[in-house]
Design a protein around this ligand. Structure first.
Ligand code: PHE
Length: 342
């Protein structure tokens, strides 16, 4: 008995010397301390030992068990510490790696400009009123003095949803609504998208943005319109801007005009945006037609007003030196990332 205890101990020590990893150690533990291990056999053999020898032999077996358990535990903590150390050295931070730049999102250049325009006009006393993109023929045309079959309806190639429902062709669809819900003095702006069935080119698109402005009060004059427009453009461009007012026709204003500003993309020299004229049209404007005031429940004998509809994309192209309107909707990050806040 004593001999086999010694043999097992020797064998255990030998095996343990070969162990280099915690999984190898696990195998040794199973072999010597497991249910089918030599200790169990020794225990079973105890009954054949002389009764007076049993406590002594039993103690040897126990000592062996304790020795093996303690050796395994000791080795195990050593191995685990080594293995953790090794893993850490693999995962360690390489402080010489160049840092990754954080990507900070920003607003679309059109949104930035729209925010700025609203901010400026709010400072000049206008409040914002939104209108629907999908609207009726009534608000987009009829109430604005476009009688049915009026040839001016063909001026704007309209996307129809159904015979009387359409995608608004201009933000002027807010004019009658502004008069319905407010009493003069009325000073509102209406920013939003508008839609026209046009050929897409560097200068025009099937949808773009406008900012409508409506000012109705006693004795609002054409001079107020010109002054407000000039003041607004000056604030937006942070410099005096050369403007050109050309008489034009819109059924809902009288007199009506188109507003050009000198092309800032080419500084008036001529480019594809200004069609080599040096001027870019940015708005339609005029004194609100008496008939439109009447349709909105306002007495044109007492009140007068001006309105403008300004194209956002053209303004932003001037502000930022962009020569192709299609860039705004192509979602090319190389383009979008160039624009920090105005
Ligand atoms: N609604 C016109 C357009 O889209 C512009 C305009 C607005 C003209 C207000 C006069 C007054 O072309």
């Amino acid at each position: 008995m004593q001999q086999s205890i010694n043999e097992i101990r020797q064998q255990f020590i030998q095996d343990l010397e070969q162990v280099h990893t915690s999984s190898e150690l696990e195998l040794v533990k199973v072999k010597f301390l497991g249910k089918k291990g030599p200790l169990q056999n020794l225990m079973k053999g105890l009954k054949d030992v002389e009764p007076d020898q049993r406590p002594v032999v039993g103690k040897f077996i126990n000592d062996l068990k304790e020795f093996m358990t303690a050796s395994c535990e000791q080795l195990e903590s050593k191995l685990i510490a080594e293995e953790e150390q090794q893993q850490l050295s693999h995962e360690a931070l390489d402080v010489t790696l160049p840092g990754r730049q954080q990507f900070v999102g920003r607003k679309h250049p059109l949104t930035q400009a729209m925010d700025q325009i609203i901010h400026i006009l709010a400072g000049m006393g206008f409040s914002v009123q939104y209108g629907p993109d999908i609207d009726t023929d009534y608000y987009n045309f009829e109430v604005l003095n476009f009688p049915p079959e009026h040839p001016a309806r063909d001026m704007q190639d309209t996307f129809y949803v159904s015979p009387h429902v359409l995608l608004r062709t201009h933000t002027s669809n807010i004019q009658a609504r502004a008069m319905e819900v407010n009493k003069p003095p009325i000073r509102i702006i209406a920013p939003g998208k508008v839609y026209r069935n046009e050929t897409i080119t560097a200068r025009s698109h099937v949808f773009f943005h406008q900012v409508e402005a409506v000012y109705i009060d006693k004795q609002v004059s054409f001079a107020d319109l010109l002054a407000t427009m000039d003041e607004f453009l000056k604030k937006l461009f942070k410099q005096s801007i050369e403007t050109r007012y050309r008489p034009s026709y819109f059924p809902f204003v009288e007199p009506g005009m188109e507003v050009d500003i000198s092309c800032l993309v080419c500084n008036g020299k001529g480019c594809q945006l200004c069609k080599h004229s040096g001027w870019v049209e940015v708005a339609g404007a005029g004194m609100i037609h008496p008939e439109v005031l009447r349709n909105g429940g306002i007495d044109p004998e007492q009140y007068s007003g001006f309105a403008w509809g300004m194209g956002l994309e053209r303004l932003v192209m001037m502000l930022r030196g962009i020569s192709d309107i299609r860039l705004f909707t192509e979602n090319d990050l190389r383009f979008l990332k160039q624009f920090t806040a105005l």
